[in-house]
Design a protein around this ligand. Sequence first.
Ligand code: PLP
Length: 450
Amino acid sequence: TTSASATHDAHLPLLPAFDYQPQPYKGPLADEVFAKRKKFLGPSLFHYYQKPLNIVEGKMQYLFDESGRRYLDAFAGIVTVSCGHCHPEVLNAIMEQGKLLQHATTIYLHHAIADFAEALASKMPGNLKVVYFVNSGSEANELAMLMARLYTGNLGMISLRNSYHGGSSSTIGLTALNTWKYPIPEGEIHHVINPDPYRGVFGSDATRYAKEVQDHIDYGTSGNVAGFIAETIQGVGGAVELAPGYLKLVYDIIHKAGGVCIADEVQTGFGRTGSHYWGFETQGVIPDIVTMAKGIGNGLPLGAVVTTTEIASVMAQKIQFNTFGGNPVCSAGGLAVLQVLDKEKRQSHCDVVGSHLLERLKSLMHRHEIIGDVRGRGLMVGIELVTDRKEKIPAKAETAVLFEKLRELGVLVGKGGLHGNVFRIKPPMCFTKDDADFVVDALDYAISTL
Ligand code: PLP
């Protein structure tokens, strides 16, 4: 397949070899697709490449455009493709189930849903054994918030500044990044200071951040709350890992205030952090409710909420139902994802490749002043760009230029953070050390030629 660029620069990084030929593409070209998109799909400020990129095929950690050009997908379709694009075993499970039965509501029994719930529950610690299937991360967080409020009889929810928990009308309230919010009523939601070791006012001092949560409860609420929700590494917010020890302290505070603790594992789950299967384990806590989506289905629309029997019992007050949650095809795909991740030992793979990537990126900081921070765990990595290391001024314009340059070199990364100045490297979990080297070399080259 085509290499990174047609120019003859000796320093130009080249994509690692990959033995796969994409199908000849005969469909509509980028301009036509883009024109239709502009005409028929709603507008959004979400970033696109300046020159529209028409992706027509995916294979494992690679994507192909209409001309057959190969790109390294270092963002996994927004941290969603866990096993790899069109992973053969996941694809086979989806196709086999699709041939037999594509839809069954919860009115009937169907083994695909039950088998998947059993497999998912086996991955959870403590008493987290009751599974609800939904269709997205936003829906999972909606349900978790509803459970917290019903179970505790309280309304107030606490979430962290810089968090992203969804784009539905209630989860927009939990989200705390102005880029995603609308001026709509949000209800009883309190956003507390983010325990961000790089930008946070108390550095890595978990105790001081936790005290802020207690103060917020004491001075900003009746003294009781419904729940607390957090990602252990904030994804959309720019791969920000919470100060070590923070969740343990805060979970205690929340429980004392009568609330429940929700871990949003939409991005951090399924071994992506390398060191643990779930992000919350990196902080040594067991939540009362866990929400998940994205990687759970390798790209299928699928989400889940897992909780305890006790909390789940409140849902028996009314009918709890959604039409597509636990769809047999999605369930068969989700079960295959869990099996593939185990069989291919992807968690330890993320650990090894992620550590290598982090180490190489950190050494790149010696060469490029613009790299203000490199952080993350496993294959959930953030590179924050600043124009001034001391003042930490976001290098917004430079990040936008580098984003385009990286695409030209053949690597697709994500952008994140309030100012869009953080590159997010969160590839499919089959991403190799050679791929990691390519990302670093491409970034090095792109910054050097800025
Ligand atoms: N929670 C987190 C941590 C997310 O990153 C996202 C999506 O980016 C969501 C929730 C919402 O998921 P969805 O887009 O599937 O509704």
